[in-house]
Design a binder for this molecule. Structure first.
Ligand SMILES: *Cc1c(COP(=O)(O)O)cnc(C)c1O
Length: 420
C-alpha cells in the first residue's frame, strides 16, 4: 500500500491522488487516509516533522518553518485562563519560529509545491490572492525555481515581498480591480493547457499542511485541547483542524473528544456567520461594502466551502463549534492587549481570533481551566522587517480586469518570461 490514499467522503472510493474532486461527481472535499495511524515525528526540518501525515513523498528542506506552540503566561493570566496554549505561526527568533512569510499560508504552499515536484508536473501554478497566500507561494517557488503565475489586485502588490534574491521564477501580474477580478482571471488562465490551479480548500496538501497546527499543538500539550480558536475567511483552517483531530483520536494516545471549533469572522463582512444562521448573505455586504474597511481583508471570502460534504458546516456540527462576529474596535483592542502581554506583533487577522477568545471568556463559553489552543495565524511581520532586508517583487505586467484581451496578454507574458 502507498503512504496514503485520497478518499471521497460520500462514496468512500479511492480517487486519483492529484484529483481535486470525486470522479463520480459528488459534492465533497476529498480527504487523505494515511497508512500510519500513529504519528511518529521525523527528524526533518520544519513542517516535515509531520511527514507521516503529509501527502508527500519527499521534502523541500528549505521549508524550515512550522507552528510553535507554547503555554501562554501573561495573556492567559489576564484572561484568567490556566491552560491556554498559543499556536504561533510566523517569525519570532527567540521562540525559534521561522515561518518566513509570517503567516500559516506557508504550511499550505510547501506541501502543495512539493507534490507538483514529485509528480514531475511542469505546469505553471496559478495563484490569485490579496496577499498572504501569494507571498507564501512566491517564497516556495523562489526556493524551488518552479514557475508561478501570481495575480494580485493592484492595491495589494505591496504585500508581495520576499527574502529570496532570485525571483525569476515568478510572473507577477497586478490586476486593476478587486480580489474577485483577480480570481476570475486566474480561473480562466488556470484551465488552459500548461497551467494548474492550486485548488483552495479542495487541495488536500493545503488542508493537511494547515492541519499541522493542530498536530504541533497536541504534541506539545500531549493531549487534544477542548477548544480551538481561529480567525477564518474560507474556514479551511477550521476544517483542517477538525480533520487533524480525527486522525489524532485514531492515533489513540491523545484522548477521544474532538476539540470544539471557535471560528471568528470580521463584522460586517462575515458570510460564514450568515450561512450558519441559515440567513442569506446580503448583496450589499458582499458586493459593495466588503472587503473595504475590514480589520484584515484576508478574512474575506465570497464563496467559502460551507455546505460541501466535509466543509465548514460539517466541521462545526461534528465539533459542536461556534462562530464569532468581531467588529473592528474589538479586534483593535484585542490586538493591542495581546501584543503588549505576549511581546510579539501579530497580523490583524490573528487579532480577530484573540478577540473571539476574549468574548468566549466573557460569555462563559469556555471554562477557566479548560485546555485551549489559540491559533495565531500570522505574526512577527514587524519583527522580520526590522531584522531582515526584504525585497519587493516587481510586477511583470499590469492588466485591467475589464480588458477583454487581459487573459491573452497574461498568457503571452508568461510564454515570454518562461520561454514556453
Ligand atoms: C488566510 C488567513 C486566515 C484565514 O484562513 P482560512 O483559510 O479561512 O482558514 C487567517 N489568518 C491569516 C493570517 C491568514 O493569512
Amino acid at each position: 500500500m502507498h503512504k496514503y490514499s485520497v478518499i471521497c467522503p460520500i462514496c468512500k472510493e479511492a480517487q486519483d491522488p492529484m484529483s481535486l474532486t470525486c470522479s463520480k461527481g459528488h459534492d465533497s472535499l476529498l480527504h487523505t487516509s494515511y497508512k500510519t495511524s500513529q504519528i511518529v515525528l521525523k527528524d526533518l526540518p520544519g513542517i516535515w516533522k509531520f511527514y507521516d501525515w503529509l501527502p508527500v513523498n519527499g521534502i523541500i528542506p528549505e521549508g524550515s518553518g512550522k507552528t510553535i506552540t507554547y503555554k501562554s503566561e501573561a495573556f492567559a493570566k489576564e484572561m484568567g485562563l490556566s491552560n491556554l496554549y498559543i499556536a504561533f505561526n510566523g517569525y519570532w527568533p527567540e521562540k525559534h519560529a521561522s515561518m518566513m512569510t509570517c503567516t500559516f499560508k506557508d504550511l499550505e504552499a510547501f506541501p502543495t509545491m512539493q507534490r507538483l515536484l514529485e509528480g514531475l508536473d511542469k505546469r505553471i501554478m496559478v495563484v490569485a490572492s490579496a496577499g498572504n497566500t501569494a507571498r507564501a507561494f512566491a517564497h516556495v517557488c523562489c526556493i524551488t525555481g518552479q514557475p508561478l503565475l501570481l495575480l494580485v489586485p493592484q492595491n495589494s502588490a505591496h504585500r508581495l515581498w520576499t527574502l529570496q534574491d532570485d525571483t525569476s521564477s515568478i510572473c507577477l501580474v497586478t490586476v486593476e480591480g478587486d480580489y474577485y477580478n483577480a480570481i476570475e482571471l486566474a480561473n480562466k488562465v488556470s484551465v488552459r493547457e500548461g497551467f494548474v490551479s492550486e485548488g483552495g480548500a479542495k487541495n488536500i496538501a493545503r488542508r493537511d499542511g494547515m492541519g499541522t497546527v493542530m498536530l504541533d499543538a497536541v504534541l506539545a500539550m500531549r493531549t487534544l485541547p477542548m477548544h480551538y480558536f481561529q480567525a477564518v475567511g474560507s474556514g479551511t483552517g477550521g476544517i483542517s483542524a477538525w480533520e487533524a483531530s480525527i486522525r489524532l483520536i485514531h492515533d489513540g494516545r491523545f484522548g477521544n473528544a474532538l476539540p470544539q471549533l471557535h471560528l471568528a469572522q470580521n463584522l460586517p463582512c462575515a458570510p460564514l456567520i450568515s450561512m450558519c444562521s441559515g440567513g442569506a448573505v446580503t448583496k450589499e455586504v458582499l458586493h459593495e461594502k466588503c472587503p473595504r474597511d475590514m480589520y484584515d481583508d484576508v478574512l474575506f471570502n465570497r464563496k467559502p466551502p460551507f455546505s460541501v460534504n466535509g466543509g465548514v458546516r460539517d466541521a462545526l456540527k461534528a465539533t459542536g463549534g461556534r462562530m464569532y462576529g468581531i467588529d473592528n474596535a474589538a479586534a483593535a483592542y484585542a490586538h493591542q492587549l495581546f501584543e503588549e502581554l505576549e511581546g510579539i506583533d501579530i497580523n490583524p487577522a490573528a487579532a480577530v481570533a484573540v478577540a473571539a477568545l476574549m468574548e468566549a471568556v466573557k460569555n462563559g463559553n469556555i471554562g477557566h481551566n479548560d485546555s485551549i489552543v489559540l491559533n495565531i495565524t500570522g505574526g512577527g511581520m514587524q519583527r522580520l522587517h526590522r531584522d531582515h532586508n526584504l525585497i519587493s517583487i516587481t510586477p511583470d505586467m499590469r492588466v485591467s480586469a475589464h480588458d477583454p484581451e487581459a487573459e491573452l496578454k497574461i498568457v503571452e507574458k508568461v510564454a515570454e518570461k518562461f520561454k514556453r
